[in-house]
Design a binder for this molecule. Sequence first.
Ligand code: AMP
Length: 213
Amino acid sequence: MNIIFIAPPAAGKGTQSKLISNKYNIPHISTGDLLRNISDEKDKEYIKQQTQLGKLISDEFIVKLVYKALSDSSCDNGYILDGFPRDINQAIAYEDILKKLNKKLGYVFLLDISYDLIKQRVVGRLNCSKCGKIYNTFDSLSKPTIDNICDDCGSALVKRDDDNEKTFKKRYDTYLKETAPLISYYERKGVLHHIDASKSVEEIFESIDTILK
Ligand code: AMP
């Protein structure tokens, strides 16, 4: 069960990836998280600069990171790759990775959602600093019970550096220019599943799960 997502920023791919990972016991590999956890100071500075500008990290850097992650034996029964491929070049590089690792493309999900709805999600989004659970202060169903504290593990909630309106607009423009062409790329291959991502977390998960089942 190998899964990739095409989705604008904050469409809910992180949340859905975690739900699929829990249900099917396959790893959730988020390129955004891998980048945020890099410790090398020089790389860290480069990543910070690019993400704050809403720009993509170089393909060379990302492809190496993804190849290493997917080579791990934990991915033998499948994985959810969240945030990659992000453009046509990466989609082509991904096919090469799959061939080298003797893996299949599997499922490609498109999370369909309007600009206005995701802008609201981004501005209200908070992440748990420890377990990664995602909250939204604008949504009564996904607000933390106590302000800024994770319901599940009690750790502090933090805001991502790039979750503000100005950077979001740039990230969305990058999505339209770089990532959206992947929709017709995978449509032509006949492997794309359209998911209405304007619905609730549970309803989106149900749509995805029906296809996986
Ligand atoms: P995300 O957590 O998926 O929203 O990613 C946060 C940021 O990390 C993006 O805005 C990009 O700057 C960078 N990033 C994540 N995945 C990729 C990728 N596949 N290619 C290039 N940059 C990426």
